[in-house]
Design a protein around this ligand. Structure first.
Ligand SMILES: NC(=O)c1ccc[n+]([C@@H]2O[C@H](COP(=O)([O-])OP(=O)(O)OC[C@H]3O[C@@H](n4cnc5c(N)ncnc54)[C@H](OP(=O)(O)O)[C@@H]3O)[C@@H](O)[C@H]2O)c1
Length: 360
């Protein structure tokens, strides 16, 4: 088929990292569809968001079967076709667990990680996306009711079938990821290569401490979500809840919104103010770009998934690429002082740390 009808992808300076231990190169910033694509944003505005992302080097899009009850995948599939994007240029990830009804009023087998739901769910995702395959498929949550062997075998089956190239986990505990690797190794199968986890300046324990041994042992990568804590780290909630913002319109975030009135929430806003001051004084930039660059700087981060309700947010957020090289150890130290939430790493009882080649 002629490639002339395709929009040509250009990296536009976007750095690429390997997805964990794999050969797949993913852009440092990607685009996600939770709450926005197919939800608060539908129709032509979705096209504008995807187009702006693509034209600025973002060629990876993340979605899930549950996002807006399947509409996120449908919208993404539609605009990729309409924009004439070449499949080879794109990295598409989706996630299986909740089914399209989000576990509510579901029948017993249209959610979870049974062989039945992983296979049926994957086929339905592909139909909504109008694609033959996704690049990465994630288990959107762990399912302790299904034997790990069934889960690992089924994701390997999905890969063998060519419906996905890699599989990963999302919000699994370190123990669960370790168990998946144990089973995969025992059976000579492929283990999860990446974890899609929340990681931001206010949420650090799991990605920075609990997963630390997995980065070293398995080269696990992360595809980070809510790097801006749903927008809190932009500073837009410092003086209340702006009309039309995520905290104003999303009912599932009610508890988060209420917590902003409590001492813990007020403390976060105080820190955002301090981060804003630092961003302005050091780089004449925003807390948004500082927060995004800070997550991107972490070597375990394969990609930071940007959420955006309009094209301008994407352009603003990509300014983080300019801040990233300026995050010197001194600046990181200043940020650490403001955050005052450094996760404790496992103790080595005085034993010196070994490097990856097990040499001192
Ligand atoms: N695996 C999982 O369990 C999981 C969970 C959540 C998300 N995810 C994935 O991760 C992606 C990103 O997560 P997220 O959407 O929570 O990321 P986020 O970056 O923390 O929040 C994105 C939201 O913040 C606001 N925002 C972004 N840039 C802004 C800017 N420059 N100025 C002002 N406001 C701005 C926008 O909301 P408003 O404009 O509407 O206020 C935007 O929709 C999702 O789309 C999804 O693909 C995965």
């Amino acid at each position: 088929m002629s490639t002339e009808k395709y929009a040509v992808y250009k990296t536009k300076g976007m750095p690429f990292r390997r997805l964990g231990p794999t050969g797949l190169r993913v852009p440092l910033f990607s685009l996600g569809g939770w709450l926005t694509i197919g939800g608060s944003v539908v129709g032509d505005p979705v096209k504008e968001i995807v187009k702006t992302a693509f034209e600025n080097g973002i060629n990876m899009i993340d979605t899930a079967e549950v996002y807006s009850a399947g509409k996120s995948e449908e919208e993404i599939g539609r605009v990729i076709k309409e924009l004439g994007l070449r499949r080879t240029d794109l990295i598409i990830s989706t996630k299986i667990f909740w089914g399209i009804r989000g576990g509510r009023e579901s029948s017993p087998n249209d959610t979870g990680l049974s062989r039945k739901h992983i296979i049926e769910g994957t086929q339905e995702c592909l139909a909504r996306l109008q694609m033959d395959y996704v690049d990465i498929i994630f288990a959107h949550r762990p399912d302790p009711t299904v034997p790990m062997e069934e889960i690992v075998r089924t994701f390997n089956y999905v890969i063998e079938k060519g419906w996905a190239f890699y599989w990963g986990t999302s919000e699994w505990s370190g123990r669960e990821i370790e168990e998946a690797h144990h089973v995969a190794t025992k059976l000579g199968l492929i283990g999860p290569v990446a974890e899609q986890c929340e990681h931001n300046m206010f949420h650090r324990e799991r990605p920075e401490a609990e997963y630390a041994p997995l980065y070293e042992k398995y080269g696990l990568g992360t595809t980070v979500w809510s790097a801006l804590a749903s927008g809190l780290l932009t500073g837009k909630y410092n003086d209340g809840i702006p009309q039309g913002s995520r905290f104003a319109i999303e009912p599932t975030l009610k508890a988060t919104v209420q917590s902003l009135q409590k001492p813990e929430g007020q403390e976060k806003i105080r820190k955002v103010r301090e981060l804003s001051k630092l961003a302005k004084e050091e780089f004449n930039t925003t807390p948004t770009t500082l927060a995004l660059a800070w997550v991107a700087k972490n070597p375990s981060t394969s990609t930071v998934i940007l959420g955006a309700s309009n094209p301008k947010q994407i352009l603003d957020n990509l300014e983080a690429l300019k801040v990233l090289p300026k995050l010197t150890p001194e600046i990181m130290e200043k940020i650490e002082k403001i955050l005052a939430n450094t996760p404790k790493q496992a103790v080595a009882f005085g034993r010196p740390k070994l490097n990856k080649l097990a040499k001192l």
